[in-house]
Design a protein around this ligand. Structure first.
Ligand code: HEC
Length: 111
């Protein structure tokens, strides 16, 4: 069995490419990141869902009560509306464990 591994084992470069290709059209990260089509994703680990300034979330996201962690993010990128029914995020889900590992390791570098 492949363990859900921590940042050291993940491929950050692959994670960055994946982010840019699959998420980057709607989300920004980094020092100059701000709300775009989707909310900026700096410090997403431990962040309460629907809580960034300057972004208008769906009522469902705001009311979800989620605090983003590895498990929630993994489930969300696999199927957003399964985790937050009514969310306005539309994504052809990613469920390949290795890809998700790389992606989350990359996101975790943005505090
Ligand atoms: C087509 C545009 C689009 C794409 C592509 C997209 N998202 Fe989103 N995302 C959104 C929107 C819009 C929201 C706000 C959802 C809401 O308010 O219901 C969102 C919300 C989120 C949230 C919740 C943020 C918060 O502040 O609570 C996370 C986490 C997230 N997206 C991660 C990702 C990741 C990771 C990817 C790439 C795998 C991705 N998204 C791809 C549009 C997108």
């Amino acid at each position: 069995m492949v363990m859900a591994c921590q940042a050291q084992a993940a491929d950050l470069e692959a994670g960055e490419k994946l982010f840019t290709r699959v998420c980057g059209g709607c989300h920004k990260v980094g020092p100059s990141a701000r709300a775009a089509f989707g909310p900026e994703l700096n410090g997403i680990f431990g962040r309460r869902a629907g809580s960034t300034e300057g972004y208008v979330y769906s009522p469902e996201m705001k009311a979800s009560g989620i605090v983003w962690d590895r498990e929630k993010l993994t489930a969300f990128v696999a199927d957003p509306s399964e985790v937050v029914p009514g969310t306005k995020m539309r994504l052809w889900g990613i469920s390949d464990a290795e890809k998700v590992d790389n992606l989350l390791a990359y996101l975790a570098t943005f505090k």
